[in-house]
Design a protein around this ligand. Structure first.
Ligand SMILES: Cc1ncc(COP(=O)(O)O)c(C=O)c1O
Length: 473
């Protein structure tokens, strides 16, 4: 492949000419050209190894040989649509059903998380006969028009909120209206949803669904207070709507304690629809929507065929099955618990040392580090977060930031991330934060370095620099 030998600057130039600038790059001031991946590592065109703390899609590790082999073997034999009988699709549905509560027993296969959420919206509307949706503030549920409409993370930067969309506050006990000192934040935040529903009903609106990530990740690695989702589900169902759990970033054992993040609410809590994507195919485009017989039957009753050219094809299902096999044989869910606890503990130790760290939260390999400018107001340390991530990248560690204030470091690495990796990242983070504190003491401006001859923006002060908006994944 010629692309491997092309100089990075040439690739960048071609990309700028041929692709829309809406397709953003990580580190636009000095993008990384990645040509190979293995496990939790990525390699650039010069063979330099980067530790990947971002990629929750390469769930069981970049280019995992079992997954690659499964795709290859099935590709050699057959790939076609799901209108023919084939064992892979039924085996896969069967295996997924073993991970879910028994009520969620009907499966629809698709190619992306967005498709799964869009179909969930269609099913919810068909089943309830209602049109409206309640979502959490700052949420992102996909890039289709229907999903931009229910993603405050995006629509706040676009045309605004549609009349059929109702936004409830994020159940953030660190920065939201009800915090760690509130006697019952779960009830308080769930009552906010109840209030949003009744305001909508007073205007004659009818609720079809509540959509939420089981652990809001795009909004900054939020851990809702226990009991919140169960109470929200009661309010939504009383209004005739369905509860849709978006597990696209957080499912498949990432959170360690459970296979699905909604299971943190307890065994009795069962969403009406669960959507899956990203990690499900380890990089291959696979997605799934699981629901109950009753919801599915209402959709079937329209008599309109559900056809998706690629969804559930034999190769995608072989890949999905291989991912489940690897999770089991390599015990990656338990591994996520062990490594995640280690990382959480060591990051919490850093919080005691560096005042910029306001909060460390997470479960398994889903961890957020909330950076603040001051302890009282908890003002997001946006520019400092951007600077820190850029310095980590100079040290060959890839980490991302998210949240409404773009100040939350997001750890969501491939599940093979090791204790050694965790130790290494924490040590580098400590070094950089110590150096940043030294710079601030000597009144030096934090500046993101740009390589000589960089075609990115000139060497600019990190402080006061507006970060790019709306980056997901
Ligand atoms: C929570 C969540 N839901 C849905 C999606 C959409 O998935 P996809 O990009 O595969 O369409 C994303 C993607 O970032 C996501 O983070």
């Amino acid at each position: 492949m010629a692309a491997d030998t092309r100089a990075k600057a040439v690739t960048l130039d071609l990309r700028r000419r041929l692709l829309s600038s809406s397709c953003r790059l990580f580190f636009p001031e000095d993008p990384v050209k990645i040509i190979r991946g293995q496990g939790q590592y990525l390699y650039d065109e010069q063979g330099r190894e980067y530790l990947d703390c971002i990629n929750n899609v390469a769930h069981v590790g970049h280019c995992h040989p079992t997954v690659v082999q499964a795709a290859h073997e099935q590709n050699l034999v057959l790939n076609t649509n799901s209108r023919y009988l084939h064992d892979n699709i039924v085996d896969y549905a069967q295996r997924l059903s073993e991970t879910l509560p028994e009520q969620l027993s009907v499966f629809y296969f698709l190619n992306s998380g967005s498709e799964a959420n869009d179909l969930a919206l269609r099913l919810a509307r068909q089943y309830t006969g209602h049109q409206d949706v309640v979502v959490l503030d700052h949420a992102y549920h996909g890039h289709l028009s229907s999903l931009i409409d229910i993603s405050p993370y995006k629509f706040r930067n676009l045309g605004g909120q549609k009349e059929w969309v109702h936004v409830a506050p994020l159940p953030d006990t660190y920065r939201g209206p009800y915090r760690e000192d509130h006697p019952n934040p779960a009830e308080a935040y769930a009552n906010e949803v109840k209030h949003v529903i009744s305001s909508a009903q007073q205007k004659g609106r009818k609720i079809a669904a509540f959509f939420a990530e089981s652990l809001p990740s795009v909004s900054g690695q939020i851990i809702p207070p226990a009991g919140y989702f169960s109470q929200v589900a009661e309010h939504i169902r009383r209004a005739g709507g369905l509860f849709v759990a978006d597990e696209i970033q957080v499912g498949f054992g990432r959170i360690g304690k459970h296979f699905w993040a909604f299971q943190l609410e307890g065994e009795d809590f069962v969403p009406d629809i669960v959507t899956m994507g990203k990690s499900i195919g380890n990089g291959h485009p696979v997605a799934c929507m699981a629901t109950t017989q009753a919801v599915s039957r209402a959709f079937e009753a329209t008599g309109v065929e559900y056809f998706n050219t690629f969804g559930g094809n034999p190769v995608s299902c072989a890949v999905g099955l291989a991912v489940l096999d690897v999770l089991k044989t390599e015990q990656l869910q338990a591994h996520a618990t062990n490594v995640g606890s280690f990382l959480l503990e060591h990051l919490t130790q850093q919080k005691a040392k560096h005042p910029i760290i306001g909060d460390v939260r997470g479960t398994g390999l889903f961890i957020g580090v909330d950076l603040i400018k001051d302890e009282t107001l908890r003002t997001p340390a946006t520019e400092e977060a951007e600077y820190l991530v850029s310095r980590l990248k100079e040290n060959y560690i890839l980490l991302s930031i998210d949240g409404p204030g773009r100040n939350i470091l997001k750890f969501k690495p491939p599940m093979c991330f090791s204790v050694d990796n965790a130790q290494h990242v924490v040590a580098k983070l400590d070094d950089i934060l110590t150096d940043m504190e030294e710079k601030v003491r000597s009144c030096e401006t934090l500046r993101i370095k740009h390589p000589p001859g960089s075609t990115g923006p000139g060497c600019r002060a990190a402080a006061g620099n507006r970060p790019s908006r709306s980056r997901t994944g």
